[in-house]
Write a protein that binds this ligand. Structure first.
Ligand code: JFZ
Length: 427
């Protein structure tokens, strides 16, 4: 069975309009606070790790507050790690005891999360790890990522039993938590890809319950691959969008016929997905805002990550960045939502985004003097102004289009043209 790009484009319509979402990595690993891969990276912690179950008590967990901050920052959807590679479930799965309801906190944290997102009018998604370092039937011996990769193989292990378990958990997620907008599987590697997960059966289960849910491409491929979504024959489990990580794809992502496919860059504010107590290597707010613009200019989305603390709070640095997004989006969201590739030459000073007949010129550098607008003819310009205050710009008399900030109003032709500057205080 296959699907068409047209079906995918229809399903992803809201997603491609939204452009900006929040990713949340949160779980038992937030307690050791050395990133979500701590189990795999530090074999010394393997024995101790399950003991974190007894001290997982996020008294500061207020998902309404998470959702409020996401919304204020201009994000339109949010995605939480229902289960990460460590196997610990934030939801009340009937198929395991390794879950939040068996910790001192005793609550179904996924339910509270989806309720809070919806209450703010945000779309909501769940991340579910295909890898599971806790389940006894998940093969460990020789798996390059598994914390117990050096231990002898267990002949009693039955991978098919794990896949059953995984399917039953996904079934819980798509039947017990109302309408979900996104299911974010992570991730395929080596032989563990596509049908190894019984992907066709899984996707039929998911779409049987939630036909419009959006699925990432990692059930079929790794974080680096694109998968069959870029080919002529798109598998049913190819997903609805490609999921590049940390690096904005050079020219967006197109299929073999040259058409853009939906994609979403996920990226961290510092150098870890989950909370890391000593990682203060944050990108500046300006850099992160530029990344969002760059994604939109290349017809993609950006999923910006937060690693809440074990108590369930956003670290102060994360909150400061979200406030800067909020300030910026208050003035410039119109150049993001519903916008995409402008089909014009890339300007040296930044990027264009486009919505219909309106071009947004995102200036990453403050110009002194005239600014060249490549690809735009002066007699196409109907109107040109700053987006942040509506003030007019002048188009010069020379044969090239050059905009002089802050001068005269110009109205000609068909293309409405706005520019803006980043607020100076951000850097
Ligand atoms: C995965 C996770 O391992 C990581 O913890 C985080 O959740 C991130 C969003 O996704 O990271 C990956 C997965 C696949 C590749 C790289 C990073 N890959 O195949 O290159």
């Amino acid at each position: 069975m296959t699907q068409t790009l047209a079906q995918i484009m229809e399903r992803t319509q809201w997603f491609r309009q939204a452009r900006f979402g929040m990713f949340l990595h949160w779980g038992l690993y937030s307690i050791p606070a050395r990133g979500e891969w701590v189990l795999s990276h530090d074999p010394g912690i393997v024995e101790r790790y399950p003991l974190y179950l007894d001290c997982f008590n996020p008294e500061g967990y207020q998902p309404q507050e998470w959702a409020r901050q996401a919304k204020a920052a201009g994000m339109q959807y949010m995605i939480l790690t229902a289960k990460h590679h460590d196997g610990f479930c934030l939801f009340d799965s009937q198929w395991t005891d390794y879950k939040a309801t068996n910790t001192p906190c005793g609550r179904d944290l996924v339910r509270e999360f989806v309720d809070a997102a919806r209450a703010e009018g945000l779309k909501v998604g769940l991340y579910y790890s295909l890898l599971d370092w806790h389940h006894p039937d998940y093969p460990h011996a020789g798996d390059p990522y598994h914390p117990r990769k050096h231990q002898a193989a267990d002949p009693g292990q039955d991978f098919n039993r794990y896949v059953d378990y995984m399917h039953r958990q996904v079934e819980e997620l798509v039947t017990q938590y109302g309408r979900l907008d996104i299911l974010w599987f992570d991730f395929s590697y080596g032989q563990m890809c596509g049908q190894a997960w019984r992907a066709q059966e899984l996707i039929e289960l998911v779409r049987g319950h939630q036909p419009w849910i959006l699925i990432d491409n990692r059930l079929e491929t790794s974080g680096e691959g694109f998968g069959s979504i870029v080919t002529e024959t798109i598998s049913d489990y190819a997903g609805d969008f490609v999921s590049p990580e940390q690096v904005v794809p050079h020219e967006g992502i197109r299929n073999e016929a040259g058409n853009f496919v939906p994609w979403e860059l996920c990226l961290t504010m510092n150098n870890n997905w989950a909370y890391h107590a000593r990682d203060h290597h944050y990108k500046s707010s300006a850099t992160l805002i530029h990344k969002l613009v760059e994604c939109v200019a290349k017809e993609g989305n950006m999923l910006l990550n937060i690693g809440p603390t074990a108590q369930g709070r956003f670290p102060a640095e994360n909150q400061a960045i979200l406030r800067d997004f909020s300030d910026w989006m208050d003035l410039h969201a119109e150049s993001i939502y519903g916008c995409g590739y402008a089909d014009l030459p890339k300007p040296d000073w930044g990027y264009y985004t486009r919505k219909g007949q309106t071009i947004y010129a995102h200036l990453f550098e403050q110009p002194i003097g005239p600014l060249y607008l490549p690809g735009i003819d002066r007699d196409q310009i109907k109107r040109i102004s700053w987006l942040n205050d509506g003030s007019e710009l002048q188009v010069s008399d020379s044969w090239n289009i050059k905009a002089f900030p802050g001068l005269t109003f110009v109205q000609m032709g068909e293309v409405e043209h706005y520019t803006y500057l980043l607020p100076n205080q951000i850097d």
